[in-house]
Design a protein around this ligand. Structure first.
Ligand code: PNS
Length: 162
């Protein structure tokens, strides 16, 4: 049987414990997960795409089933290029549900072959957002319960540079 590959796309600016939880739990369904960092033209990010890829690679260095990559263009086209069968995303809130539903239906219209798997974030992580983490760190707070220590250190460095 051929392996089942999912693409877990996102801005990951930066990756949080919430994202990491979804990726790890994705192995209950998929054999391999490609974490795909978006070159998001409409979003101003704190970390460059290269930095975001490298951060995620470091965090998953001992998980051979995870590949980290960057992509631009349509997500569905990237999924086809990677021979993946599904898009894996997490849902924290009702607002997420509405956005993810819209994105899943749009992707389905663009390519009916590709499924979207929307996984509920663990309750412990449902309040976490990359934007809140950045605000906390920028204001001198501690976001260690939401993001790995190494990532918080990189954020502190980034904000100190500005
Ligand atoms: O972490 P984010 O910012 O919620 O991720 C959004 C992302 C990158 C998954 C989404 O914007 C995306 O898929 N972008 C690629 C462009 C695309 O395919 N757009 C049409 C689908 S709605």
């Amino acid at each position: 049987m051929s392996e089942k590959i999912a693409v877990c796309p996102g801005s990951f600016d930066p990756i949080t414990y919430g994202h990491m939880n979804i990726i790890k739990r994705g192995f209950a369904i998929f054999d391999r997960i490609i974490v795909a960092v978006a070159f998001n033209i409409s979003k101003k990010t704190t970390f460059t795409v290269e930095e975001r890829v490298s951060i995620i690679q470091d965090l998953f260095h001992d998980e051979a089933r995870v590949t980290v990559d960057a992509f631009d263009g349509l997500l569905v086209d990237y999924v086809v290029r990677k021979k993946a069968v599904a898009v894996l995303r997490g849902i924290r809130t009702v607002t997420d549900y509405e956005n993810e539903m819209q994105m899943a239906l749009t992707n389905k219209m663009l390519n009916p072959q590709i499924e979207s798997v929307l996984m509920m974030t663990d309750g412990a992580y449902s309040h976490i957002s990359s934007s809140n983490i950045k605000e906390i760190v920028k204001l001198g707070g501690n976001a260690e319960s939401m993001v790995p220590k190494s990532v918080q250190t990189l954020l502190r460095r980034k904000f100190a540079m500005k």
